[in-house]
Design a protein around this ligand. Structure first.
Ligand SMILES: Cc1ncc(COP(=O)(O)O)c(C=O)c1O
Length: 422
């Protein structure tokens, strides 16, 4: 986002123009930013390890237009569910361009996953015999819980370590691969998802080392050559003012150093190195444009906007911080104010007491930043407040990429039994 004459722009489009054209609240994504982010992540690792491949974790932002930008750059898809496999298919990706990292899968998930021919990334050893009841995948990958997890999002958002529901316990990994090999599987990958929004560059080589010690022992004991080693996502972006960004290039260089040295230590054949980031690609490339509808001056001053927590749940769910800007007013005097959405929930506060433009007024346009990942994808309908529109900006052009929900979405699929009708 940039400011020209006090007006806020996303790409080269004034946010006021977005609000006029599409209404509010509206998610806006900057195509050029997504492409630049992708290029940076890919280059950071590829310059260190040329056989490096990206799978975009589509859960973070499943708008097909956004995902098409990322897959157009060369990414595969990391799918958390069968429906996300189907999204990948819509983008022309199937087979081993898709890695299926669901957890606690149902039989139906397994059957549909097998039919689609994607890479099965199994979250637990117990899933393997269940998969084999329905068919034999060509390649098997287990998600390893390396025993340690880290999150800047909040203590409860942990993808790995003893409190996480994810991944195979380190002590069970060897037996999991042994079981797969004894069942006749000959192609293997391994995966971990070590954290969420990590901005500490030292963490990545540390956790790659943990994974590689597990993988090395499996490879050496069972004589398995891993085709790929997937070190997950978790590349963080700064959300708070003054927060240091991740030294991405440093994280990549040090991770690959550890990776290569452990390959040597355990005598493993160099596999493909895979990552499946999402936040680092789309997180800072998305904003929400909203409107101030009403201001209450009571116990405190509360600015009421149409950006409620059904639109972006991260602050209410994780106590997450998002920068908020007011179009045309960022350079004037500031005052400590509260800012909320329109839900009948008292957790629907963006901020209770933050410095915002003192002259903020009804009708002003507000912009919430860093909303590109885990934003719309986690939005929902509540209080009759519907999911917003999504718009893609490319330079000075802008277009709708998902229509705003309407009342018909509230009643779709709902049936009132005849006995309850008047
Ligand atoms: C299995 C898996 N891979 C990749 C990601 C993407 O992570 P991030 O957005 O932190 O890069 C997630 C996010 O939760 C995940 O669960």
């Amino acid at each position: 986002m940039k400011t020209i004459d006090n007006a806020l722009y996303i790409g080269d489009v004034p946010v006021r123009q977005i609000a006029r054209a599409y209404g509010t609240p509206t998610y806006v994504y900057d195509e050029q930013r997504i492409r630049a982010n992708y290029a940076r992540v890919a280059a950071a690792f590829r310059t260190q390890y040329p056989d490096f491949h990206l799978y975009y974790a589509i859960k973070a932002n499943d708008n097909l237009a956004v995902a098409a930008i990322v897959t157009g750059e060369g990414a595969g898809i990391d799918a958390a569910s069968v429906n996300e496999i189907l999204l990948a298919k819509e983008l022309g990706l199937d087979g081993e361009r898709v890695i299926f990292s669901g957890n606690f899968l149902s039989d139906e998930d397994i059957v549909l996953g097998l039919e689609s021919g994607v890479i099965f990334n199994l979250d637990d050893a117990s899933l393997f015999p269940r998969v084999m009841r329905f068919g034999k995948p060509d390649l098997i990958c287990f998600r390893v819980n390396p025993g340690y997890g880290k999150s800047n999002v909040g203590d409860f958002v942990t993808n790995a370590g003893p409190n996480a529901k994810f991944g195979v316990h380190p002590d069970q990994v060897l037996d999991a691969y042994r079981m797969a090999r004894e069942a006749g599987i000959r192609r293997f990958g391994v995966h971990m998802m070590p954290g969420s929004c990590v901005t500490d560059a030292e963490y990545f080589p540390f956790v790659v080392g943990l994974l590689m010690d597990i993988v090395g022992k499996v490879g050496a004991t069972l004589g398995i050559d891993f085709e790929f080693i997937d070190i997950g996502g978790g590349l963080g972006i700064p959300y708070r003012p003054g927060e240091a960004p991740l030294d991405l290039e440093g994280a990549a260089r040090k991770s690959v150093e550890v990776f290569r040295s452990k390959l040597g230590e355990y005598g493993l054949k160099p596999p493909r190195l895979v990552m499946e980031p999402a936040r680092a690609i789309v997180g800072d490339a998305g904003w929400i444009v909203g409107t101030v509808h009403s201001i209450k001056r009571g116990y405190s001053t509360i600015i009421g906007t149409d950006v409620s927590f059904n639109v972006l749940v991260r602050p209410a769910l994780y106590d997450a911080y998002h920068g908020i800007y007011v179009d045309g007013k960022e350079h004037g005097p500031r005052a400590r104010l509260g800012l909320c959405g329109q839900l009948c929930e008292n957790t629907d506060f963006w901020v209770r007491d933050r410095e915002l433009p003192a002259d903020i007024a009804e009708g002003d346009i507000v912009v919430v930043e860093n909303a590109g990942a885990y934003g719309y994808a986690m939005s929902f309908r509540y209080n009759g407040r519907l999911r917003p529109a999504e718009v893609l900006v490319n330079g000075a052009s802008h277009e709708l990429i998902r229509a705003r929900e309407g009342f018909e979405d509230m009643t779709r699929g709902v049936r009132i039994p005849a006995r309850l009708r008047k």
